[in-house]
Ligand binder design. Structure first.
Ligand code: ADP
Ligand code: MG
Length: 469
């Protein structure tokens, strides 16, 4: 980036700072980074999609006007999303590599890494790591201590501990991805020549299928073979995807035999991974398995405090206490609550008060309590959990597993969606309401009888909640 870009931006920021409240500035402008100014297009890095949308909606015109004043001419503004929130490839790289992509504002787009030349493989910059995910930013508590220690040990000497593979498992929003990426970040920091590949199992699968379709299997294999450390997120998505598992198994073995480090996350224990082959599961079990539990009250406070500090916010203790007492199930929700409070205060230009915190938290809680969970969300989650298709569940099959999953949908819909028995029956392929009652009763009985099943149901429930935010 050249000096003049920074200069233009610094001057513009000064202007902006004068015309908006300090907390708005802190919230939305401080973390922006100018990238380039070419052919009248000014590019700015924003931290994430949420941030991007907020700026697009609320401040784009203002920024354009301020920039115009500085450059004394017309400009076009383009936001690049810096934090790759899951599977997307660094927008900056994409711009450099794909000249046909001249979209004006940068919404995350489907892409295919094969169009990106070798850069994807060779550049750690493109490994999709988010540098906010570090060990330092990871609040330690009794719920995650062991996972953190093991992750750190692996990051310090990848491939050289007894922890290979390392498998981190736990419910959604509890910090698995954070730890996985912290490992990657630390390895690269310690030795920038190390090749770190971070991939969600979903992306692994999508790329694998694309590779087959485009006759690029060699390239696909080469890319993974080069890894010094392979980080695979959310392995449960491999369930029932046989050929993807096969491919992964080869990749896994090859790296493992070369003494390379592999770290995997899953939202449940290997034994509960439905549809994953025995031989793959036993590979996972050959290393170390660590779990993450939901945070206790003290950890929740510490997490909120850390988050506030990172965003340079001062939030009164009673507010943190209120949030920590009310939002208990996962860290993503804790953060989401903070972000909402914060956004609300910024939008309405009001201070962050306990009343505001109560309102926002109340909204979130009542969504949960009033069970505005949709039938569709329930169907989708149950389907994914048991690796079935929605058509199978809605359809006529009497295969045991399918009928069982269907009953779970009945049960959860009755419990969570507030729909009538008749509606539930109708949505489930026109079944009678007595069938729904029967299904409901069966599941309720089973929950009372079997501890493990009760746990399954609560895992599924947690995943449905998560879809809401
Ligand atoms: P998972 O992958 O288990 O679903 P994530 O790693 O995506 O969860 O965590 C959700 C959010 O919560 C992330 O923003 C992450 O940084 C944050 N988070 C989770 N656990 C912690 C922790 N112990 N300390 C700080 N932040 C955390
Ligand atoms: Mg995750």
């Amino acid at each position: 980036m050249n000096d003049s870009v920074t200069k233009i931006w610094d001057l513009s920021l000064k202007d902006i700072k004068q015309s908006i409240p300090e907390h708005t500035y802190q919230a939305w402008f401080k973390s922006l980074e100018p990238v380039s100014f070419d052919n009248g297009v000014f590019k700015i890095n924003v931290p994430n999609t949420f941030h991007f949308e907020w700026l697009e909606t609320n401040y784009k015109d203002m920024i354009v006007n301020v920039l115009k004043k500085q450059v004394k001419g017309n400009i076009k503004l383009q936001f690049l999303i810096k934090k790759i929130e899951n599977d997307d490839i660094n927008d900056q790289d994409r711009d450099e590599n794909n000249s046909s992509n001249k979209s004006n504002s940068n919404v995350r787009q489907e892409d295919n890494f094969f169009s990106m030349g070798n850069k994807y493989v060779d550049h750690n910059k493109s490994t999709q790591l988010n540098n906010r995910y570090t060990f330092d930013n990871f609040v330690e508590g009794p719920n995650n201590q062991f996972s953190k220690v093991a992750s750190r040990a692996v990051a310090e000497s990848p491939g050289n501990t007894a922890f290979n593979p390392l498998l981190i498992y736990g419910g959604t929003g509890l910090g698995k991805t954070h730890l996985l990426q912290a490992i990657g970040n630390m390895v690269i920091n310690d030795d920038p020549n190390k090749i770190v590949i971070y991939v969600s199992s979903e992306k692994f699968m999508v790329d694998f299928i694309a590779a087959i379709r485009n006759n690029k299997m060699n390239k696909f294999g080469d890319m993974y073979r080069k890894a010094d450390i392979l980080l695979v997120d959310d392995i449960q998505f491999f369930g029932s995807k046989e050929s993807t598992q096969e491919q992964f198994f080869h990749t896994f073995n090859e790296l493992y035999q070369k003494g390379k480090q592999i770290v995997i996350t899953a939202d449940r224990t290997p034994k509960e991974l439905n549809g994953i082959e025995e031989r793959l599961v036993s590979r996972f079990l050959s290393g170390l398995m660590v779990d993450i539990q939901p945070p206790d009250y003290e950890s929740r406070i510490a997490i909120l405090q850390k988050k506030a500090n990172m965003d340079d916010l001062l939030i009164p203790e009673e507010i943190l206490d209120f949030i920590a007492k009310n939002i208990t199930s996962n860290v993503r929700e804790l953060e989401g609550t903070m972000t909402k409070i914060f956004a609300y205060s910024s939008l309405t230009h009001t201070d962050i008060t306990l009343a505001l915190a109560k309102k926002v938290t109340g909204d979130i809680l009542s969504v949960k309590k009033n069970n505005v969970v949709s039938f569709e969300a329930i169907l989708k989650t149950v389907t994914e959990y048991y690796n079935l298709s929605e058509n199978e569940i809605i359809g006529k099959s009497r295969v045991k597993e399918i009928a069982f999953a269907r009953q779970i949908v009945m049960y959860l819909s009755r419990k969570l969606s507030g729909s009538s028995l008749k509606t539930i029956g109708m949505k489930l392929g026109g079944r009678d309401h007595t069938t729904v009652i029967h299904g409901y009763n069966m599941i309720e009985k089973k929950i009372k009888k079997e501890k493990k099943f009760k746990k399954d149901i609560s895992t599924i429930k947690n995943q449905i909640d998560f879809e809401l935010y």
